[in-house]
Design a protein around this ligand. Structure first.
Ligand code: HEC
Ligand code: HEC
Ligand code: HEC
Ligand code: HEC
Length: 421
């Protein structure tokens, strides 16, 4: 428990506890209803928020509609709490993953904490998860051989990284870096394995989902070359009242740390803010365009199937949609791409746009062949209309969640699973 470390390391503990202050988050499906259409057929279409403070990690995964009534995979716990390495020691990595989400809830008493990043009882850095140790070995950056700065970044990379659940290994978490960690490398691996996360209910595309690849984007940035890491920007050094230097464990906004974290290299805060705003606007514009093309492609594929199209005619277009959506997701599912590596983000979106256009051109020919001259697209003017169009009934999902919380969580699971609710 992180509380056990409080006496020895009060400054680190106190700052760590303050991640509870970053409570607010945004409903991304409400901001971008098109995501409901792209993620239809998966739990992501039910609820998706921006991240908030580490103290909420356990509560948010418990309460989200994505984990529904808890009958899904225990692997969803993997990146939320130091109770996970503890339980992996007990059950083994596969034994841990073989549980359902609900079966392990009673053991989840701590949000992201000391033992996630440190050796027991000390300030020494350590990777606590086997999937992360394996991943760093795959890209030939074994933890023990890194500088302290890079080790710090790797502690973040245990969770802020893309992954998939390995079906032949009890659905345990795997980081697919066999060929490398770019979107192209990972796609090659997932294509070789013919892996998919789900089948899209309208188009039949076998979708692959990227998850928050902060570590991957950052690892190819200018900053990474200079060993400016996640830790430099999100948990800089500060001094306590006695003049002792410590690492600020209140992980949150990097720009809030400008004076201590950026000013050494970037002289003007306002210029940096401007630059960030420009990158964000460019990425937002590019993604909006790609999202619209992808929605059209999914529904055009749906119309082609409806008219009687055959697998051989559809397959090239479906593959293009799979690849375009993968790149779009890799560029955008990390909420900080505009800050971490806007160039990579924009390049991925440019390729995604070409691939989505190619899919639509192929589908146009199929539609023509079957005499279809009108395709109906869904009303994506709001999250509500989008969910209705894709057959997602929110009130029913919310009822199911409420029952699960009342019956299983409320009186039985630790307080961390209900923080802020
Ligand atoms: C998400 C990862 C992470 C978590 C969680 C975390 N730390 Fe750290 N901690 C770091 C990193 C990274 C450093 C910097 C190591 C370095 O550069 O030497 C650090 C440094 C330290 C140090 C060395 C002294 C200092 O402040 O630089 C101590 C002691 C420490 N942490 C204690 C704690 C305690 C106690 C907790 C829980 C209340 C905790 N840490 C939670 C990542 C983490
Ligand atoms: C054990 C997994 C884990 C580790 C290790 C971890 N994180 Fe996180 N991080 C999360 C989760 C989960 C969330 C989202 C929590 C939520 O929204 O409930 C998050 C949220 C964040 C946020 C958003 C916070 C906000 O206030 O908006 C930042 C920034 C962040 N992490 C940076 C880091 C950095 C930097 C490190 C390494 C020093 C790190 N994280 C290590 C799991 C982890
Ligand atoms: C050069 C500084 C810098 C580095 C290095 C860096 N970040 Fe960030 N990060 C930012 C900035 C700036 C933002 C935009 C919002 C803010 O924090 O002010 C951001 C945003 C984020 C967010 C989204 C927060 C949200 O609420 O949407 C997460 C998560 C995150 N970073 C994690 C990481 C991780 C993990 C690493 C290392 C793999 C990392 N960052 C490396 C500066 C940095
Ligand atoms: C050790 C020096 C150093 C530190 C510390 C540093 N940066 Fe940088 N940063 C650079 C260099 C070098 C570049 C690349 C040259 C350029 O684009 O200005 C850069 C580029 C950037 C860019 C433009 C990236 C792009 O591709 O558009 C942003 C945004 C940025 N830094 C944000 C930050 C933030 C925010 C912090 C603090 C939280 C920070 N940097 C800390 C050295 C640093």
């Amino acid at each position: 428990m992180s509380e056990d470390w409080q006496g020895s390391f009060p400054a680190e503990y106190d700052s760590w506890a303050k991640t509870e202050l970053t409570e607010s988050r945004q409903d991304v499906l409400a901001q971008r209803p098109a995501l409901v259409a792209l993620w239809a057929g998966s739990p992501y279409a039910k609820e998706f928020h921006t991240p908030r403070g580490h103290q909420y990690a356990v509560a948010d995964v418990t309460q989200t509609l994505r984990t529904a009534d808890g009958s899904g995979d225990a692997a969803c716990w993997t990146c939320k709490t130091p109770d996970v390495p503890r339980l992996m020691d007990l059950h083994g990595e596969n034994g841990f993953a073989a549980h359902t989400f609900a079966q392990l809830g009673e053991g989840m008493g701590n949000a992201v904490g000391c033992a996630d990043c440190h050796a027991p009882g000390s300030g020494e850095l350590a990777l606590s998860r086997p999937h992360a140790v394996n991943a760093m070995n795959k890209v030939k950056q074994p933890f023990e051989q890194q500088s302290v700065a890079m080790q710090g970044a790797q502690t973040c990379g245990q969770c802020h990284v893309t992954y998939y659940f390995q079906p032949e290994e009890d659905n345990k978490v795997n980081i697919p870096w066999i060929f490398g960690s770019t979107a192209d490398d990972i796609e090659k691996y997932l294509d070789t394995r013919r892996f998919y996360d789900w089948v899209h209910p309208v188009s039949g595309v076998a979708v692959i989902k990227a998850r928050h690849p902060e570590y991957e984007h950052w690892s190819r940035s200018q900053h990474a070359k200079l060993e400016v890491t996640c830790v430099t920007c999100h948990m800089p050094e500060r001094q306590d009242d006695n003049g002792r230097v410590y690492q600020d464990h209140q992980i949150g906004s990097a720009m809030a740390n400008f004076d201590v974290a950026c000013a050494g290299c970037h002289s003007s805060q306002s210029q940096l803010e401007l630059r960030l705003a420009e990158s964000k606007a460019a990425i937002d514009a590019a993604r909006t365009e790609v999202e619209a093309l992808l929605v059209q492609a999914h529904f055009e594929a749906g119309a082609a199937w409806g008219a009687g199209a055959q697998w051989e005619q559809m397959q090239p277009a479906l593959t293009d949609i799979r690849h375009a959506q993968w790149r779009w997701d890799f560029a955008t599912s990390s909420h900080g791409t505009y800050a971490h590596n806007p160039e990579e983000g924009l390049a991925l979106l440019a390729t995604a746009r070409r691939q989505a256009n190619m899919a639509r051109a192929r589908l146009e020919m199929v539609l023509e062949m079957y005499g279809v001259d009108e395709v109906t697209y869904p009303d994506l003017s709001s999250k509500q209309s989008a969910q209705q169009a894709l057959g997602i009934h929110l009130p029913e999902l919310e009822d199911e969640k409420r029952r699960f919380i009342e019956q299983q969580v409320k009186d039985h699971w630790p307080a961390a699973t209900q923080r802020g609710y």
